[in-house]
Design a protein around this ligand. Structure first.
Ligand code: GTP
Ligand code: MG
Length: 543
């Protein structure tokens, strides 16, 4: 595995693990990233000049082993009419080639090696693979384990089974990472229409002018086929420079595969447009939900405010016998019922849950948004009752409006001051009349004076006292106003907290997206145009 690939996969895995822990991705993403193989053919060898790794791949009984025997001009691979025949990988390798690193997961007992001295294949390591479409799952596993280590796949089909589903699926999935040539074996039973049809299929899959060789391996000495063209084409690939170019291209293709996985993970983070929509969606949702919440809580505020009703303040209430029978104390001492109660929180929580669900339906990750918003629920339970109580206490401390309170205070002073002034005036009159009564016996204070004086003092006290009584700010109204203010402040706090949570959700998304872009930035590219025309025909056009 190239260092570049190893590092990229490691960084992507690290990123995906943290994104998944934060709820932005499912663990499936981490798993599929882990399953992406970044192995390359050069992993098998120490030597700089490694051979081309070519494999015969295809469905059951198409003649893969027979073809290898033809190439080797020897019966090195078991080929027979019994199905399935090849249960193991046969490696046909020149004695000068050392396979230094077979991956630990490769089952050695399922690999047989045929070492040869054939100069023609000095630079090619041939593999005969079991049938990929086998009923035996083990055959499929063996093929997929070896696949990343192969440069060239010789896809063998038969005239009647060239549309083989499983092989075709593998071709589409992994096609871009390898070079391909195609063989229609059993050509003794085939015709040109099948070649044309197969060629068309390959065209559609992304191969321009694919190499298709028709071979008859029945052993008929008179058979005419394209086996030698197949051999020559493969010989032309067994060139150190081409092998190194194929290796580079393979690395780039694997990097591209990782990058495409990264881009699919990035799309799961949601786009900035989606986040913008999510913010305005919250505003709409909360504007409706908070109005409903305030309306639903208002009757409760009125009930609570009733606890603050003043004792009766009519004249009659000042009568001594009324005092004896009725409590003059307002109900301020009793604890007010909670306005931010279970029902209040249940309404607020339902709105939050609905918002998270709708945002997730709009493409944002549920778990991440939930993680940002759900802790607020318990915080509000702690803090909002205090917000309401504070607003209530503040309003009760200053009942009525400012002018009402000034008037009430002035009337209080007047209720004391005016009777005192009236009393002073009466006293003055008494003193003056008394002094002059000696010289003028008519100046005598009669009962009229006494009655009028008493009335004057009484009126001077009664009028401001009565007006004061009437203008006294209502504690009930003050309580209701305080409760409503507390309710509004609570609803505003929920709004602000949620907006902040959405902001931090959005910032986290941007941070993750930036980190991911940094991880995949600056990866190399490979231009297929630099390759010889014959090799280009073997490459799948992934665009
Ligand atoms: N008529 C005909 N028979 C062939 C041809 N090629 C191979 N056979 C026969 O087909 C049978 C299967 O060949 P194998 O080479 O074992 O096929 P395989 O693809 O290796 O099969 P598995 O290993 O089971 O996947 C054998 O009996 C071969 O002799 C061919 O071109 N024409
Ligand atoms: Mg076989």
């Amino acid at each position: 595995m190239s260092n570049e690939l190893q590092q990229l996969q490691h960084s992507l895995l690290e990123w995906a693990n943290s994104a998944s822990t934060l709820g932005w991705l499912s663990t499936d993403n981490v798993d599929s990233l882990q399953q992406l193989s970044t192995a390359t053919p050069s992993d098998l060898f120490n030597a700089e000049n490694r051979p081309l790794v070519a494999a015969l791949f295809g469905g059951t009984g198409v003649g893969k082993s027979t073809l290898l025997n033809r190439l080797a001009k020897d019966d090195i691979a078991r080929a027979s009419a019994a199905r399935p025949t090849s249960t193991n990988i046969t490696v046909y390798v020149h004695s000068s080639i050392a396979v230094d690193h077979l991956p630990d997961e490769f089952p050695m007992q399922r690999m047989q090696t045929a070492i040869h001295q054939n100069k023609r294949y000095q630079s090619v390591m041939w593999l005969d693979m079991p049938d990929f479409d086998s009923v035996e799952a083990g055959h499929r596993d063996l093929v997929t384990q070896w696949l990343p280590h192969i440069d060239l796949l010789v896809y063998v089909v038969s005239p009647e089974r060239y549309k083989d589903d499983q092989g075709w699926r593998l071709l589409l999935e992994h096609g871009a990472k390898h070079a391909w040539v195609f063989v229609i074996n059993h050509w003794d039973k085939g015709d040109e229409r099948q070649r044309a049809d197969f060629s068309q299929l390959l065209n559609n899959a992304g191969f321009d002018q694919p190499h298709i060789f028709c071979t008859d391996s029945s052993g008929d000495p008179n058979a005419v086929d394209e086996f030698s063209e197949l051999e020559t084409t493969i010989d032309s690939l067994a060139d150190a420079q081409l092998v190194s170019q194929l290796e580079k291209r393979g690395v780039v293709k694997r990097v591209e595969q990782l990058a495409s996985q990264a881009s699919s993970m990035q799309s799961q983070l949601g786009t900035s447009e989606q986040l913008q929509l999510c913010k305005s969606h919250w505003q709409q949702l909360w504007s409706t939900a908070s109005t409903e919440l305030i309306t639903a809580s208002d009757y409760k505020a009125q009930l609570i405010a009733e606890q603050f009703i003043e004792p009766e303040t009519s004249l009659l209430s000042y009568l001594p016998w009324r005092k004896a029978t009725e409590s003059a104390e307002p109900a301020t001492s009793s604890e007010p019922k909670a306005l931010a109660d279970d029902l209040f929180f249940s309404h607020a929580n339902t709105a939050i849950d609905r918002f998270v669900q709708q945002s997730s339906a709009a493409g944002l990750p549920y778990a991440a948004l939930h993680r940002h918003l759900s802790p607020l629920k318990s915080q509000w339970r702690e803090s909002l009752p205090a917000v309401v109580n504070k607003a209530l206490a503040k309003s009760l401390a200053l009942p009525g409006d400012r002018w009402q309170r000034v008037l009430y205070r002035v009337l209080g002073w007047l209720a004391t001051l005016l009777p005192l002034i009236a009393l002073a005036w009466v006293a003055y009159r008494v003193v003056v009349i008394f002094q002059t009564s000696g010289s003028n016996p008519d100046n005598y204070l009669g009962s009229n004076f006494a009655v009028h004086s008493a009335m004057l003092i009484g009126v001077a006290w009664f009028i401001p006292w009565f007006l004061r009584l009437r203008t006294k700010p209502s504690r009930q109204a003050a309580a209701l106003r305080g409760l409503r203010q507390g309710l509004q402040q609570s609803v505003d706090k929920i709004d602000i907290d949620c907006q902040q949570a959405i902001e931090s959700f959005s910032a986290e998304r941007d941070q993750l997206a930036n980190n991911l872009s940094d991880v995949v930035a600056g990866q190399g590219s490979f231009d297929d145009a630099t390759l010889p025309a014959s090799l280009k025909r073997m490459l799948m056009n992934s665009a």
